[in-house]
Write a protein that binds this ligand. Sequence first.
Ligand SMILES: Cc1cc2nc3c(=O)[nH]c(=O)nc-3n(C[C@H](O)[C@H](O)[C@H](O)COP(=O)(O)O)c2cc1C
Length: 183
Amino acid sequence: MKIIVGITGASGSILGIKLLESLKAHDVSLILSENAKKIIKYETDYKEEDLINLSSRIYNNNEMDADIASGTTRFDSLVIVPCSTSTLSKIACGIADNLITRVASVALKERRKVILVPRETPLSPIILENMLKLSKIGVDILPPVPAFYLKPKKIDDVVNYIVGKILDSLGIEHKLYKPYSPQ
Ligand SMILES: Cc1cc2nc3c(=O)[nH]c(=O)nc-3n(C[C@H](O)[C@H](O)[C@H](O)COP(=O)(O)O)c2cc1C
């Protein structure tokens, strides 16, 4: 499967990194926004080189002439995780001013799968309206919300659950969380 992963400057960069680790068997193109690079440094011990090793290829967010900026380059799915509300709102309005938003715009016009993992709280009416607009045209809005009924013990459990839900949405099998079973 050819997957594009975008990591933007919302909190929760570990979710994007763990997704890359789970997609090693696939062809993954990674785009990091400049703000994502800052947040990754702030929130994790990962270096940009580590992320290069976790992906098939990496792009700068200002590479507007990249192959993936064109609808002629095939890919199956785009996942933006975490997705800032700024990037989500730009996508909802058709703004394509960097590689991540351009690839999203291409994915939408080519009717390809798009999964956005927006992290923000609380949510303003503007963001909620933009989420609804995207959801109505088939975008998966997948907020990083824990399943408390699975009784997570550590942050890793929550991260694995969210990454597992992204893989579910991509149709990729995994064992990152145990499905619910009644006690
Ligand atoms: C420490 C830190 C945490 C942030 N967390 C969030 C967040 O969780 N959600 C969000 O929408 N924006 C967050 N932001 C703001 C975004 O980084 C900012 O809107 C930026 O313009 C997003 O750009 P990008 O989408 O191109 O990466 C955060 C900024 C900082 C410095």
